[in-house]
Design a protein around this ligand. Structure first.
Ligand code: HEM
Length: 510
């Protein structure tokens, strides 16, 4: 019995020994391969580093990637204090030049704007999420990008935005009404973000397609995309979002074409392109413009407004100043004509301070050097990836003083020429900034005139702080999101507000 067991076990033992030694051999070979890979990539990483720039050393294979956590823009801002306004990091083996001071950013992004007109290629974003067409902001420079950007920028320049005033008027009134109804004039605390996202979506769709979304479709269709971002998306999720996005964008395009054919279209970007034979854009170009409007204008606007409303709720002093300034310019009976672009300088200053403080696209969108750049002693070769750290520039103490971290709209009243970096700079800066500024101005003015904003009294629904760094909801998200909260919107003068919402308010553009 024992003998037969022994007889059976000897080959098994032999097999086990062979398997273990094979496993050890494979493990050793793997370790050697990994070590060799690390050494080769590290040698390569050092070889491609830019000799004229300093920067944090980083680690083999990943470079500085893992050191960027928890908040990449803040980490880069802190490194800027050590390595200067322009320095380099490595992402993997790729050298990336970071602009972290306002002066250097403006000198190069504006002063040598053409040299930074290009965008780098990002795998998940370009090959998976946007394999058919990509938004303008993430597309490399080419004749086609030039046509798309020119069309989008001229459709959102100052005169074009003035022609959208009736839409802005109508949609901000619809939003104020929605907020009034949802919060029952101040009785109920609620999260205003859904209503804001719907209103901003509506405006973007109207400007692009000349038609509003059917109400039940707005959020269902758009919010999932807003959460899917080039840097954190997983491929299968990205493919699914891409497919769904294509389906509804094609549907909106078809509907716009039908309206143009029937001659019942309203002024809008897509309609203008379809009608004007001199506009040389193919279907992919038109799709790219639509995607740029949707992805460029929603996440940014919604998050900027969400930070602002939360901040106003815990800063009644700023609300009081703003309300007083509006009443001095107009009265407690009217919020004034929408055509008055800079009628209340305090609101202008508030808009700029919100854009600066919250800098929702903290690292802007990456650029690529289109040609060699010489900036003082610094040499950036053609093809290098370049980051504008808008967050860092917006906290540059040489520009904003030692209270750069404070939320203080008055700084833009004291110096109306004070710059901010929230829209980026130069040749590829935000193409929708006139539209964004105008929407933010009208929305904040009307919101503050209509309501006293108070944080919910329920502990679980309120937040005491809206610090843009410590309180950001998801640090690695491309657009910085505030923490969740609920507010009460207490109407200040219900009779006057009702009269304005019924359409008795002035809008000469109509
Ligand atoms: C708070 C509002 C907004 C902020 C903070 C913002 C910020 C930005 C930033 C930082 C960029 C990248 C600039 C660069 O590469 O230097 C950008 C690009 C862009 N934005 Fe905005 N944006 C806002 C609203 C809008 C709106 C409302 C639209 C249109 C509906 C829009 C359309 C675009 C487009 C088309 C680009 C790509 C420009 C290009 O690459 O040539 N943005 N935006």
């Amino acid at each position: 019995m024992i003998g037969s067991q022994l007889h059976l076990n000897i080959p098994a033992l032999f097999l086990n020994v062979t398997a273990v030694s094979a496993l050890i051999t494979v493990s050793v070979l793997l370790c050697i391969a990994l070590l060799a890979y690390a050494i080769v990539t590290e040698l390569y990483r050092y070889h491609v580093r830019l000799p004229t720039l300093s920067g944090p050393p980083g680690f083999p294979i990943a470079g500085n990637f893992y050191q960027l956590a928890p908040d990449p823009a803040e980490t880069l801002h802190q490194w800027g204090k050590r390595y200067g306004g322009v320095y380099q990091i490595s992402l993997g083996t790729r050298p990336v030049v970071v602009f972290n001071s306002m002066q250097a950013a403006r000198d190069v992004f504006v002063g040598q704007g053409h040299a930074l007109i290009d965008k780098p290629r990002l795998y998940t974003f370009h090959s998976v999420l946007s394999s058919v067409a990509s938004s303008i902001g993430t597309t490399a420079w080419s004749e086609s990008t030039k046509r798309r950007r020119k069309t989008a920028a001229s459709a959102m320049n100052k005169p074009a935005v003035a022609s959208f005033l009736p839409f802005i008027d109508e949609l901000t009134k619809a939003l104020i009404l929605e907020l009034l109804e949802q919060g029952r004039g101040g009785e109920i605390a609620f999260d205003p973000r859904q209503a804001i996202a719907s209103a901003v979506t509506d405006l973007t769709m109207t400007v692009n397609y000349g038609a509003r979304l059917p109400p039940h479709e707005a959020l269902l269709n758009f919010i999932p995309i807003l959460r899917l971002l080039p840097f954190n998306s997983q491929s299968s999720k990205a493919r699914e979002v891409n497919r769904r996005r294509m389906v509804y964008l094609r549907r909106f395009e078809r509907e716009t074409e039908e309206r143009v054919d029937k001659g019942v279209d309203k002024p809008c970007i897509q309609g203008k392109c379809l009608r004007d034979p001199t506009v040389q854009l193919d279907n992919i170009d038109l799709m790219s413009i639509s995607m740029s409007m949707v992805s460029g204008g929603l996440d940014t606007m919604v998050n900027t407004l969400a930070w602002t409303i939360g901040t106003l709720a815990i800063r009644p002093d700023i609300q009081d100043k703003a309300y007083k300034a509006i009443c001095e310019a107009y009265s407690s009976e009217t919020w004034g004509p929408i055509e008055d672009e800079h009628g209340v300088p305090y609101i202008d200053a508030l808009v700029k301070e919100c854009l600066r403080t919250f800098s929702v696209l903290r690292l802007s969108l990456p650029r690529s050097a289109w040609k060699d750049i010489q900036y003082g002693d610094v040499f950036i070769p053609k093809g290098t990836t370049v980051f504008l750290n808008a967050w860092g520039c917006n906290r540059d103490e040489t520009v904003f003083g030692n209270d750069a971290d404070a939320f203080r709209p008055e700084r833009f009243l004291d110096d109306p020429d004070l710059p901010h970096a929230a829209y980026g700079f130069g040749t590829r800066m935000c193409a929708g900034f006139h539209l964004a500024n105008r929407q933010l101005y009208v929305l904040l003015l009307r919101l503050i005139w209509s309501f006293r904003i108070e944080m919910s009294k329920v502990p679980a629904e309120r937040t005491e702080r809206m610090r843009p760094l410590e309180d950001v909801a998801v640090p690695f998200h491309l657009a910085a999101m505030p923490p969740g909260y609920k507010v009460r919107l207490v109407s200040r003068n219900l009779a006057a507000l009702s009269s304005l919402l019924r359409g008795n308010g002035p809008c000469k553009a109509q």
